[in-house]
Design a protein around this ligand. Structure first.
Ligand SMILES: [Zn+2]
Length: 156
């Protein structure tokens, strides 16, 4: 599962568990917090004919959710603590580096875990309260996001 989209995980949690909800667009926001806006809707089912056959119909009422960079970083941290796996590659040590129509998909060693799939010194706390993601943005402001996050996890 190379390249997990933790933003989608945050957005889905904010939206709640809506049956048949599908995300179909995202765009970078140009504000100080960074962040991405995801747009989705409840799908009435799959397209049964034509070029888009087999893909969801995006015909429900559109809903939008903003995921800030702070929330995204908090989600990555939560993922690592809960699963004990590297958040970049999802634990398989591989990330997508290249794709073309002849060679197909090429994977390389994950830059964060050096291809091991796990992070040294990571303290796994198991499943955490998912409500914590809402407050994580406030409590996370006093720490500087970045490469030091991995080692900071061992302090808790
Ligand atoms: Zn990794």
């Amino acid at each position: 599962m190379a390249g997990i989209d933790h933003r989608v995980a945050v957005a889905t949690r904010k939206m709640g568990d809506i049956p048949n909800f599908v995300w179909f667009a995202w765009e970078c926001l140009d504000d100080a917090d960074g962040g991405v806006m995801l747009t989705g809707c409840v799908s009435s089912g799959l397209v049964t004919k034509g070029k888009r056959k087999g893909r969801p119909r995006y015909d429900g009422e559109r809903k939008r959710v903003v995921v800030t960079d702070a929330e995204w970083l908090a989600e990555k941290e939560r993922f690592e603590r809960e699963t004990g796996k590297c958040s970049e590659c999802g634990g398989d040590g591989k990330v997508l580096v290249r794709w073309d129509h002849i060679a197909g998909t090429t994977y390389g060693a994950c830059f964060q875990c050096k291809g091991t799939g796990s992070l040294p010194g990571l303290t796994v706390t198991g499943s955490t309260d998912v409500e914590g993601i809402a407050t994580a943005t406030e409590s996370g402001t006093d720490s500087t996001p970045g490469a030091s996050d991995c080692t900071a996890l061992t302090d808790s």
